[in-house]
Design a protein. Structure first.
Ligand code: CTP
Ligand code: MG
Length: 246
């Protein structure tokens, strides 16, 4: 079957704080989105590329047109307007999947440096029968769960630890996340039945697939596949671009 790659780039980039959508923020002199999209093109796994961009952003539409030209013929190209949250942006892209597409990778436009190897590992797991697969890394920090509480003497609002999940079983999850198209469509149809509070907790597509009871397989991610969220991440990505780290 044929594989589509959805690149979600419709976010506003509040935490990066550049005052423009994150996808347009320059990295190595090029818009962040250009790195992400050309990384997908160069991985050589996409029959279709669909980019979700902020509604009413002609500059971003122009960047996408340039990227289509750079990619050359041979890849079906779609650009859609994203929605109010990431899930809505994914659903806008799922609505334009071409005839014959059987698997889809959903990738953050905010991960400009994802190496080809990650795309290959995700694609290989789908080929080997996984209906859902995510790239992930072992976590380096000790992670605690917390609950709200008050300090005994003052009643000041603080948090206290409610548990320490064993670190050996924790993974930090990245994209591209790969799915059988039909499975991801079912997961997103289910997502539409969630109330607003539950919908607000959804941070990736795999969560939605877990919720419909499908197994989600895990392959090795990459340190280079970091998501640019804060200015520190951007500094790190600039250093990665300069250095021999790729
Ligand atoms: N995204 C999207 N549509 C949205 C929100 C997010 O396509 N309505 C995309 C972003 O463009 C990004 C990815 O989802 O590539 C991960 O989201 P995040 O890192 O949170 O990006 P932003 O939402 O842009 O950043 P922030 O939350 O700091 O505003
Ligand atoms: Mg966001």
């Amino acid at each position: 079957g044929s594989c589509a790659v959805v690149i979600v780039a419709a976010g506003s980039g509040q935490r990066l704080g550049f005052g423009v959508p994150k996808a347009r923020v320059p990295l190595g002199g090029e818009p962040m989105l250009a790195h992400a999209v050309l990384g997908v093109v160069n991985a050589g796994i996409a029959a279709q590329i669909c980019i979700a961009i902020p509604p009413g952003d002609p500059e971003m539409a122009g960047i996408c047109a340039d990227l289509q030209e750079q990619a050359g013929p041979g890849i079906l190209w779609s650009v859609v307007e994203g929605g109010a949250d990431r899930s809505e942006s994914v659903r806008a892209a799922l609505a334009v999947m071409a005839e014959g597409i059987t698997t889809v990778l959903v990738h953050d436009g905010a991960r400009p440096l994802t190496p080809s190897g990650v795309f290959e590992r995700v694609t290989a797991a789908l080929r080997d029968g996984a209906r859902a697969v995510i790239p992930a890394l072992a976590v380096v920090d000790t992670i605690k769960t917390v609950v709200p509480t008050e300090l005994p003497a003052t009643g000041a609002g603080v948090e206290k630890v409610s548990g320490t999940p064993p670190r050996s079983r924790l993974r930090a999850v990245q994209t591209p996340q790969g799915f059988e198209l039909e499975t991801l469509r079912r997961a997103h149809a289910h997502a539409l039945t969630l109330d607003a509070a539950a919908a607000a907790q959804v941070t990736d597509d795999a969560m939605l697939v877990e919720a419909i009871g499908e197994d989600v397989y895990v392959v090795q991610g990459s340190a280079h596949s970091l998501k640019i969220t804060t200015p520190t991440d951007l500094l790190l990505a600039e250093a990665m671009l300069q250095g021999p780290l790729r």
